[in-house]
Design a protein around this ligand. Sequence first.
Ligand code: SME
Length: 153
Amino acid sequence: MTDELRYRRLLPTLGSLLTAYDKPITNLANCASAIYHEFEKMNWVGFYLFDGKELYLGPFHGKPACARIELGKGVCGTAALERRAIVVPDVDKFPGHIACDSASRSEIVIPIVLRGALYGVLDADAPEPDAFGDVDREYLGAVVELLADGRLG
Ligand code: SME
């Protein structure tokens, strides 16, 4: 099955799994789990959340990861600061990449902006280089929009 078909199956599942009645942390936890289990190519999927000063580790699936990331540092901090999605085909070639799991070779980070304010980022890693592209950027962007649509408070 192609990644696009997987995302097209995942989005409606998330649409009913994540609800406005549940707490943001519950929705983030279920979202990370659903993405992780849909895609064998990912070894880490999760969220870093913004506390007004820096990013801190939120719900995730995968190995334990660094607890805090400064804005502007690493892929996550850069995506958060610049509020743009970043696809990294080879993490060794991204200056300042923060290695949490040494198995990770490529990465995608999507910023989450809620009512104009930075909320955090969605981060996915893969053990293969070049694992992420436009399809991931588009559909993970749609996942973030779904979350920001009433499911994060
Ligand atoms: N590689 C990220 C750090 C988070 S881990 O991948 C889970 C970065 O450079 O921001």
